[in-house]
Design a protein around this ligand. Structure first.
Ligand code: BTN
Length: 242
């Protein structure tokens, strides 16, 4: 059950089932929807994640939502990761951590992920659809590496209130990014990020890089220190830590 009367988000659509909320927002963007138009679904028959992976949504036990942006910077996904972290940490006292570039982990298990897809529109603009998945209540069908917020907090969770809190923080942070830039977020990100100053391996399209994770740059790229060189890595996944 989802109590829509508690959801104070403008231009909000709730669906019991769809392919992916990203597809729904994409179609709305083509028809001129406003920025921050948002859609949440209980079931996504084609829910997707980064690297063409399937994203499993647990109906009534998770949040799977997407919203629309027309104005976008490369660092937005990292900023949104800070937004998610702040709400979960401050309001739910959950000791969650950020995993570069834009995942939220608890106890070595992934709680949340962000996917951004971009589409050209007929008016020379682009639509940026931000999709966020967050696992909340434990599901018996869960896979071992999947985490749930319920495990990380003793605060009572209402999906509707959590969604509204997240959305407010997201809007506030995107506004702040436009005014103050990425610097305030960069510091927050690094303070709450896994594997900083540790030896890591990063994969991207069959390419593997090893080195020490020493920071992120102003574009949100991971700075990897190797014996002879320093690499700025724009995309990938940290697969192994020592
Ligand atoms: C990832 O970590 O790989 C990103 C996962 C993003 C999942 C969300 S759920 C809502 C939106 N709809 C989708 O099909 N994917 C995103």
């Amino acid at each position: 059950m989802f109590d829509l009367s508690k959801v104070t988000i403008d231009n909000f659509t709730y669906l019991s089932e769809t392919t992916s909320t990203i597809d729904v927002i994409k179609d709305m963007a083509k028809k001129g929807a406003e920025e921050y138009t948002c859609c949440l679904a209980e079931v996504q028959t084609k829910g997707r994640g980064r690297f063409q992976r399937v994203w499993q949504t647990y109906p009534y036990k998770s949040l799977a939502f997407s919203f629309l942006l027309y104005d976008f910077q490369e660092v937005v996904p990292l900023v949104l990761c800070c937004s998610l972290h702040r709400v979960l940490n401050e309001k739910y006292k959950a000791k969650v951590a950020i995993k570069w570039p834009n995942d939220i982990y608890y106890d070595n298990k992934k709680l949340s992920g962000i996917l951004v897809e971009s589409y050209p529109l007929s008016n020379n603009k682009r639509a940026y659809v931000v999709g966020i998945g967050l696992n909340i209540f434990i599901d018996e069908d869960k896979l071992d590496m999947v985490g749930f917020l319920q495990d990380a907090t003793s605060v009572e969770i209402s999906r509707e209130i959590l969604l509204v809190d997240l959305f407010e923080q997201i809007k506030k942070d995107i506004q702040l990014l436009k005014v103050d830039g990425f610097v305030p977020f960069k510091q927050y990100f690094m303070q709450n990020c896994l594997f900083v100053n540790q030896e890591i391996t990063i994969t991207n399209n069959d390419k593997l890089d090893n080195g020490i994770f020493v920071g992120i740059n102003d574009n949100g790229y991971l700075i990897l220190k190797q014996k002879e060189v320093i690499l700025d890595i724009s995309a990938g996944q940290i697969v192994q830590e020592k």
